[in-house]
Design a protein around this ligand. Structure first.
Ligand SMILES: [Fe+2]
Length: 429
């Protein structure tokens, strides 16, 4: 075997650091390396990926943009695709789409870019284009686990349970198997549902999606099954406060709202939201003071939540994720609007921090509040309904709850917008 050059050896060292997730070191050595070997596109690319993984999105974008504009480094589909993925993280979907298209132009069978394009289309509700992208991936690789999952999910949102089941049962990616359980319930296959739930429990598949499904079956069908995620979600709702002195000033709150209104990131297509808008991407990743300060305050609140329920034996607390990220987005709703019932299948613990609420004058008792229920809005109810609990929330309240719990906002009237910052504690596998 030919001996590696010094350049190759050093490059392999950075690859290793990146694979070991030692991003700080990968960045340190990567910076030195790219100074010395400034024409090494793969090294620049890896440096960009390291910045992205370390959460320095602005620097990652600078590097990928430099790469695609460079005259001396040969263009590569990978650079465009990586830039697209970085844009997606902070909700710059339109720019993400252009990058993925360019990547596919350069490399028509690049599965990662085709799939990423499908996901970007989903964000902007271009569902047919999204389906075509995932189908194209499955044509290239019929057992592609991720695209099986995403295509199955598309059918789920159309409530086409039979087609969804066809794709989901073949995939082990993400929540595929849990969604398959959902299909069994919605197809009315009660016995198969209980049997498959037993199998998933044995495999210790614990997540909010399964938690929400089992809660629905427990409460509406009065089935005596143990819920491995949370058996008592209503009693695990917690309301706290984030005050100015906790480090999040009114000025920062206004900057956050201004950022949202300025439309610097794209709004996310959200069929559940009426007369409102929702930000795209993860706001915690923004290189803005409001993002870092709010992250600090919310991390503290999550710890408070855990200490409040430290004696609870619920699955989601006993099996708290070893590593997680905070994912945050803003929801603003105008008079007459609301957010329909849903739960957060990819979360663990969810919450909302209230920045602005309709004023109390002329406000109905529950207007703009948050309402909780065990009833999955899309699941068969057999004419029954679950208890519903409305929680009163005011500006600067923070309400946290197990992500399995279904929730919605109560419609309101008034000139003031209802603006809340929603977040999930999201496990990282
Ligand atoms: Fe929500």
């Amino acid at each position: 075997m030919p001996e590696l050059s010094q350049e190759d050896r050093k490059f392999q060292e950075i690859v290793k650091l990146y694979e070991q997730r030692d991003y700080a070191k990968a960045i340190e050595i990567g910076e030195e390396f790219t100074k010395k070997y400034s024409q090494n596109g793969a090294a620049w690319n890896l440096l960009g990926l390291s910045y992205k993984a370390a959460g320095n999105i602005a620097q990652a974008i600078r590097i990928f943009e430099f790469l695609i504009k460079s005259k001396s480094i040969p263009d590569s589909a990978m650079f465009h695709s990586n830039l697209g993925n970085t844009f997606m993280l902070i909700g710059r979907i339109t720019e993400g789409i252009s990058c993925f298209r360019k990547a596919i132009e350069l490399e028509p069978d690049m599965i990662n870019a085709i799939e990423a394009l499908g996901l970007a289309y989903l964000e902007t509700d271009q569902r047919e284009e999204a389906a075509r992208s995932f189908e194209r991936v499955l044509k290239l690789d019929s057992n592609h686990q991720r695209s099986l999952y995403f295509l199955g999910n598309l059918y789920l949102t159309e409530q086409n349970w039979a087609s969804a089941a066809k794709y989901l049962r073949k995939s082990n990616f993400g929540l595929s198997q849990s969604h398959y359980l959902e299909c069994l319930l919605c197809l009315g296959q009660g016995k198969e549902f209980l049997n498959f739930y037993k199998k998933l429990s044995k495999r210790r598949v614990i997540n909010p999606l399964v938690g929400g499904l089992v809660a629905h079956v427990q409460k509406l069908y009065e089935r005596d099954v143990k819920n491995i995620f949370c058996d008592d979600a209503m009693n695990h709702i917690y309301v706290g406060r984030i005050e100015e002195e906790d480090g999040f000033s009114d000025k920062l709150a206004n900057e956050l709202i201004e950022y949202h209104r300025s439309n610097k990131n794209d709004y996310r297509s959200q069929s559940l939201l009426h007369n409102g808008s929702q930000s795209s991407g993860n706001l915690f990743l923004l290189d803005e003071p409001f993002a870092t300060k709010l992250k600090f305050c919310i991390e503290k609140q999550v710890e408070l939540y855990r200490s409040k329920f430290k004696d609870s034996e619920q699955g989601f607390l006993n099996h708290w994720p070893k590593s997680y990220e905070l994912f945050g987005w803003l929801v603003s709703i105008k008079s007459g609007g609301n957010l329909d019932a849903h739960n957060h299948k990819e979360g663990w613990l969810s919450g909302s921090f209230y920045l602005s609420m309709p004023r109390s004058e002329g406000r109905g008792e529950d207007d703009g509040n948050i309402a909780f229920s065990y009833q999955g809005p899309k699941y068969p109810s057999g004419g029954r309904s679950s208890e519903r609990r409305v929680v009163d929330v005011r500006p600067r309240d923070i309400c946290m709850f197990p992500s399995s719990l279904f929730h919605e906002t109560v419609p309101f009237k008034g000139n003031e917008e209802r603006i809340s910052f929603a977040f999930d504690v999201k496990p990282i596998n």
